[in-house]
Design a protein around this ligand. Structure first.
Ligand code: GTP
Ligand code: MG
Length: 497
């Protein structure tokens, strides 16, 4: 047998035995109807196969794009301001509408994110924050009553009182005006617990916690009108508020509006201010503080401003990645993948899988030398940040990673120092150095820098910035700086500077 005839025989055998081709061969006595059906089946199979190919190519494109992008991990203790940094993207939208572009405008490329940046969608999302902010307001009222009742743990290291809740209620609670206010605000406080339970399943927690991703927004009635019908229905099934839930939310808003005078009266009461002072509790420095804006926030037609949204407190649970694309001329098209995590002590183990993939870490460390951790009121916040910093600097998985530290909440540090609180009382090693912003910042910067130099497995630059994440402009500058930092580091590695 010649080679040619052997090939011909193998080809015909392949065809008849190939399990993928055999079923596609026309049967011997195929009718016209059967032929049409077979052709349609074949077309359908080809379409599905093409779709799978396209989806695989799309996934590969996304992975390639991600690999080329700038991958940033936000780290820091709980309440350090990680999510606030991300939230300020709302402000960039504001710039866009004002037609005065900031130095760097970030826009998301994916559908969900883009929608968040179109004015209509953004306006809708604003309404999601309305409930969060109103619940934040109630949290502050609860703290006041806890202080008056003697059940608020003291989170200030300056306190002469034990760190556990004191047993005896404050004498202010004997004040009949405060007792009356407590009585009249009780329905609102209990309704807040109901609403928390319905919306976030966290009735007992003082803080609002949300799982990663934006799905929680649906719980607050956020609807994406442009999603396809299928996905809209899927979301509705999971998150649509029931009639009863909507009714609870409606009653809460009405009750809050009716309680404006009582809330204002409580916050302005001299005994309340004194009780807070005795507990060394600066309520204005607590996350989600809105008591100075009661009239505006308790109004039933309240619309959160951009600043309100950045100041709102929602604790992150889990891990969330945001994809942003730079639109500024200098950085046009640069992809940023920013991962936000929960900073609570018991969740920090979940950060590790993201170390490998990140090019830069933004480490947020507020210089709150006089505060204790919420989750463990025996641990000083700044000590905790330093301890965390040491772990991050010495971690071998992060040896090639740029670490940029942000001394966030500088506005709070300034206020703390201006109020006369002395650093040396909390940090004896501070000694007699001047108790002003420049000196305090330099002192702590040197400490962070020393650990960075000593513990980094390989030499790397120490990049440090003082920020206030609730300040729009500083956050915008922040992203530019991050990019600069990464470029600088790459240049340094290639000996270009
Ligand atoms: N005054 C002031 N408040 C800030 C600053 N940065 C953040 N905040 C507020 O601090 C609170 C906590 O900030 P978040 O961004 O939620 O903190 P986080 O690090 O994400 O916390 P977790 O999600 O628990 O890990 C929010 O109410 C913010 O508005 C700042 O620079 N100054
Ligand atoms: Mg967060």
């Amino acid at each position: 047998m010649t080679v040619k005839s052997r090939q011909k025989q193998r080809a015909s055998m392949d065809c008849s035995e190939n399990p993928f081709i055999t079923p596609l061969n026309p049967p011997a006595n195929e009718t016209e109807e059967q032929r049409i059906l077979r052709a349609r089946t074949l077309q359908d199979a080809q379409r599905v196969s093409k779709e799978i190919d396209e989806s695989m190519q799309e996934t590969k494109r996304k992975l390639d794009r991600r690999r080329r992008g700038i991958r940033i991990l936000l780290l820091g203790q709980s309440e350090s301001g990680k999510s606030a940094v991300l939230k300020s993207r709302c402000q960039w939208q504001q710039y866009e509408r004002d037609l005065t572009p900031p130095p760097l405008l970030l826009l998301p490329p994916n559908i969900d994110f883009q929608l968040a940046f179109t004015p209509n969608q953004f306006r809708k999302e604003r309404s999601v924050w309305q409930t969060i902010i109103q619940l934040n307001l109630i949290s502050s009222i609860k703290i006041i009553f806890n202080v008056l009742n003697g059940t608020e743990p003291d989170l200030s290291t300056d306190s002469e009182l034990p760190l556990t809740p004191p047993q005896s209620p404050s004498s202010s609670m004997n004040n009949s005006k405060l007792r009356k206010l407590h009585l009249s605000l009780s329905p609102l406080l209990s309704m807040d617990a109901d609403l928390n339970k319905i919306l976030f399943s966290t009735g007992s927690s003082r803080e609002i916690c949300v799982p990663a991703g934006s799905r929680w927004k649906f719980k607050l009635g956020f609807r994406d009108s442009t999603t396809t019908r299928g996905s809209y229905e899927a979301e509705s099934d999971l998150y649509h508020l029931t009639h009863a839930q909507n009714a609870t939310r409606g009653s809460f808003i009405k009750l809050l509006e009716a309680s404006q005078d009582d809330i204002t009266s409580l916050w302005q009461d001299e005994d309340v201010q004194q009780a807070l002072q005795e507990r060394n509790l600066d309520l204005r420095a607590t996350p989600g503080f809105f008591l100075d804006d009661v009239r505006r926030i308790a109004a039933s037609n309240y619309q959160p401003t951009d600043s309100d949204i950045v100041r709102a407190r929602v604790r992150t649970v889990g891990v969330e990645e945001h994809h942003l694309v730079a639109e500024s001329i200098a950085l046009r098209g640069s992809d940023f993948y920013i991962t936000d995590v929960s900073g609570m002590r018991n969740t920090r183990g979940s950060w590790v899988p993201f170390f490998d993939d990140s090019q830069a870490i933004l480490f947020l460390a507020p210089l709150t030398f006089n505060q204790m951790l919420d989750e463990d009121n025996h641990v000083n916040r700044l000590e905790d940040s330093l301890m965390l910093w040491k772990h991050i600097c010495s971690n071998v998985l992060l040896a090639n990673c740029n670490i940029i530290i942000f001394f966030n909440k500088m506005d709070i540090l300034r206020r703390t120092l201006e109020s006369g609180i002395e650093v040396r009382k909390y940090v004896p090693s501070y000694g007699d150095l001047p108790n002003n912003l420049a000196s305090v910042t330099k002192y702590f910067k040197d400490r962070f820098k020393t650990y960075h130099r000593k513990l980094s497995p390989k030499p790397r630059s120490f990049i440090c910035h003082e920020t206030s994440a609730i300040d729009i402009h500083s956050t915008t500058a922040l992203v530019v700086t991050v990019h600069d930092g990464i470029i600088r580091d790459n240049l340094e590695r290639s000996d270009m500077i």
